[in-house]
Design a binder for this molecule. Structure first.
Ligand code: MLT
Length: 246
């Protein structure tokens, strides 16, 4: 039984101390979470989330050049000189099998870095929704769903995913231990949950992202529970807990 449940609306909507000893689910539907889940599903050894290009460069210099890929975007556009952008569709099995992905994104990887005080950090998206829900059902922690958002603002797609996770945990009624953020996310899902794809495709970032990379990423990231991957951060590397002994 989860001890308490809250939702933070963006990577910058909380004090880092707020997450001490909690279980965090970081949600960045468009697209960092979806990309991490997809890369791990396609055989990547792990994902190293970094907060900026300096971190990415320092880590890459200590690794065998054949063992990793530099992935990432700035404001949705692939970072110059990187191997891949942040489209989940770029992280195919051919591209990532056996590789470690150093991932640098505008909001999602920064949300992970700011959650460093957490007891555990899990990566959630629509793609691995049921794996996240199954994991949380066994949790006894205080749980915070951290939405990456966009530069400190709320992203509808992240909050909707948080609401969907909460709805799957508590389909009938929210517990007394649900905080205001959880109630808001749950209410958003009750309003838009019957048409996830169209709701997300009309979100502020989806409209901007479509102009940059087209619609395929948006359609892909709206699929629910298609990948049974549970990305968990340990010693700076995110790997698939479902792919290993728990
Ligand atoms: C983010 O960190 O907000 C996303 O990675 C942005 C994107 O992938 O376009």
């Amino acid at each position: 039984m989860i001890e308490s449940l809250d939702v933070f609306s963006s990577a910058y909507s909380f004090q880092e101390e707020d997450l001490r000893d909690k279980t965090v689910v970081m949600i960045d539907v468009l697209r960092a979470s979806s990309t991490m889940v997809t890369a791990l599903n396609n055989g990547a050894k792990g994902v190293i989330p970094v907060g900026d290009m300096d971190d990415a460069s320092k880590i890459s210099h200590n690794l065998d050049s054949q063992s990793f890929l530099l992935s990432g975007e700035k404001d949705g556009v692939t970072i110059e000189g990187y191997d891949l952008g942040n489209s989940p569709l770029e992280h195919s099995r051919d591209a990532v099998l056996g590789k470690t992905i150093i991932l640098n994104t505008t909001n999602g990887t920064r949300a992970i870095k700011r959650s460093a005080n957490a007891n555990r950090i899990v990566v959630g998206s629509f793609l691995n929704l049921s794996s996240v829900v199954d994991y949380l059902k066994e949790s006894r922690d205080e749980v915070v769903l951290v939405c990456a958002g966009w530069r400190g603002r709320l992203s509808l797609e992240d909050l909707l995913c948080a609401g969907n996770i909460i709805y799957e945990l508590y389909p009938d009624q929210l517990p007394q231990t649900a905080r205001d953020g959880a109630k808001v996310a749950f209410g958003l899902y009750e309003k838009f949950g019957d048409d996830i794809e169209n709701s997300i495709k009309s979100s502020n970032y989806a409209v901007r992202l479509k102009d940059i990379v087209g619609e395929d990423d948006l359609t892909y990231c709206c699929q629910r529970s298609t990948l049974q991957v549970l990305p968990v951060l340990k010693d700076g590397i995110i790997s698939d807990l479902n792919g290993k002994e728990k």
